[in-house]
Design a protein around this ligand. Structure first.
Ligand code: EPU
Length: 303
């Protein structure tokens, strides 16, 4: 979608917004799939409510693009303008055991920064790609850690009120790959209260997680992490593997040879290839195990 309303375009710089016309979203997603659209880089969070009000008044559909690491986006000209927060402070601000982190900051960098200040608890998250905001929205987790456990406060743009608000921990629910945030809320910053742990011990535990991840996940390939959520008490990866589907492909969309719940873009995969692969694998699992797998990856796509 292209923005061409002159008064709207003129208002962007005052709001701290830079427009990248017809940006390639494939270049901004870990699957390297996705069409083109105008991308609005937001450098000042304070301008967000006014920007969204302007877009809404002009009837322009919009979505927030975070780190793009858990996202499958359709091809061609996209029917939304995409907003993207540019991190203000890439390093957390520490006050005792509380780290205030910009939502646009890189998750791995945040984990390492806190570790260097003897704050642990997030060791398992070290290899999870993407932004802190994306991790919050999905309650990202790995190796027994989930980010929601450490959240004390979240600053966010609330679509329901059109304002920037602060939510405290008891009013947010964090479940397995699910949170109580509304789909169009935009995370801006978070306060994490972390347990004290010596850096050397955090480093040891980070290394263990890294080794497990390297041994079981296709880290050098283009993927969005696990495609399906694990159903209660079962492993989607194991079920797909048991059906002999590693290597099964639709075009260049392929079930990883290393971990069957990772679907990789092995070349020039299109969104439609990935959707067809998802549908076929889901159907095979349904027939064999009677289980309806739910996608974990966020779909911005029409079938
Ligand atoms: N397994 C197989 N074949 C496979 C993959 C897995 O037999 O191809 C078996 C494993 O041997 C193991 C079991 O299935 O016995 C579980 O596998 P794994 O330990 O790899 O964990 P997972 O349940 O597949 C979850 C998360 C990952 C996270 C790991 C480590 C989900 C959907 N996935 O994977 O998160 O990194 O645990 O904690 O919850 C993600 O969310 O994108 C993601 C990668």
């Amino acid at each position: 979608m292209q923005l061409n309303d002159p008064s709207l375009l003129a208002a962007l710089p005052e709001l701290g917004v830079e427009r990248l016309p017809s940006a390639s979203i494939a270049e901004r997603t870990s699957l390297a799939i996705g069409g083109t659209t105008d991308l609005l880089l937001i450098r000042r969070h304070g301008g967000l409510p006014d920007l969204i009000a302007l877009l809404d008044r002009a009837g322009i559909p919009h979505r927030l693009l975070g780190g793009g690491t858990n996202l499958l986006v359709q091809d061609g000209e996209l029917p939304w303008v995409l907003l993207h927060l540019v991190p203000g402070d890439t390093d957390p601000h520490l006050e005792g055991r509380v780290a205030r982190v910009d939502a646009a900051a890189d998750l791995g960098r945040t984990v390492t920064f806190c570790a260097k200040h003897d704050l642990g608890g997030m060791e398992g998250l070290i290899g999870v790609p993407g932004s802190v905001g994306g991790a919050l929205r999905m309650n990202a987790g790995a190796y027994g850690t989930q980010i929601g456990s450490w959240v004390r406060e979240v600053e966010l743009y609330r679509a329901a009120t059109g304002r920037i608000e602060t939510l405290r921990e008891p009013s947010i629910s964090f479940e397995y790959r699910h949170t109580s945030f509304a789909p169009d809320d935009i995370m801006l910053a978070v306060k994490l209260e972390l347990p004290c742990k010596p850096f050397s011990e955090i480093l040891r535990d980070i290394r263990v997680c890294n080794e497990k991840r390297r041994a079981s996940q296709p880290l050098n390939q283009k993927s969005a992490g696990c495609i399906f959520k694990n159903p209660p008490g079962a492993s989607a990866g194991r079920m797909i593997d048991e059906l002999g589907l590693k290597g099964f492909a639709v075009g260049d969309a392929r079930v990883s040879d290393r971990h069957a719940n990772f679907f990789v873009n092995a070349g020039q995969a299109r969104c439609a290839d990935m959707l067809a692969l998802i549908a076929q694998v889901r159907e095979r699992v349904r027939q064999a195990f009677g289980v309806e797998l739910e996608t974990e990856v966020i779909l911005w796509a029409t079938a």
